[in-house]
Design a protein around this ligand. Structure first.
Ligand SMILES: Cc1cc2nc3c(=O)[nH]c(=O)nc-3n(C[C@H](O)[C@H](O)[C@H](O)COP(=O)(O)O)c2cc1C
Length: 177
């Protein structure tokens, strides 16, 4: 069994998906992992909408191809939309903080959990940054005023080649005191 660091190294943005459907149970497992993520005051200010039917997936894929970006989405087999919900903070904290103060970070934690859980099950994932939010709301029946935390494309990777990670070094970004 591989360790956690191996999983982090193997998880990469997948931009070529195989023509193989993703099992519903694997998508549920991704959301179970997200559900276990930490959040400010344990407020869990998230909900998830999964596109898994071929029709919904095709429509969301179109919404993620703004300005001809992300053509590979045509081959995605599922999408997870992470939605930001109202966060109920602890009474003492809510006196001094805006309710959504921690929520952006919470979105990131849940999103990464989905991606790692996908990788752990042999699935590829890619977080998508540009998309037509209003159109996705229309296609998936999401209230149009909802804030999105993330849109994540999922599917089996077409290749099992793992790329080298291009990252800043630890000495560039960390300081131990
Ligand atoms: C908020 C966010 C938005 C992103 N948007 C896109 C995108 O629209 N298209 C894409 O191909 N990759 C997108 N990515 C993936 C990043 O390019 C990728 O995570 C980064 O280059 C590091 O590579 P790796 O994920 O393969 O390790 C996005 C990632 C994040 C976190």
């Amino acid at each position: 069994m591989e360790n956690f660091m191996d999983l982090c190294l193997r998880r990469q943005s997948c931009r070529d998906f195989a023509d193989r459907p993703v099992e519903h149970e694997k998508l549920v497992h991704c959301l179970e992992a997200a559900r276990l993520s930490p959040s400010g005051c344990n407020s869990q200010p998230w909900s998830f909408v999964v596109a898994e039917s071929p029709q919904a997936v095709a429509e969301v894929a179109k919404c993620g191809q703004q300005m001809n970006m992300n053509p590979f989405l045509d081959k995605a087999k599922a999408f997870v939309v992470v939605l930001e919900e109202h966060a109920v903070l602890m009474p003492g904290i809510r006196k001094i903080m805006d309710s959504q103060y921690f929520a952006k970070g919470d979105m990131g934690a849940a999103t990464y959990a989905v991606c790692l859980a996908a990788e752990d099950q042999g699935l590829g994932s890619c977080i998508i940054g540009m998309y037509d939010r209003e159109k996705i709301c229309e296609v998936l029946g999401i209230p149009v005023e909802k804030q999105f935390g993330a849109l994540i494309a999922l599917g089996y990777p077409a290749s099992d080649k793992v790329r080298n990670k291009n990252r800043k070094t630890l000495t560039d970004i960390a300081r131990f005191v």
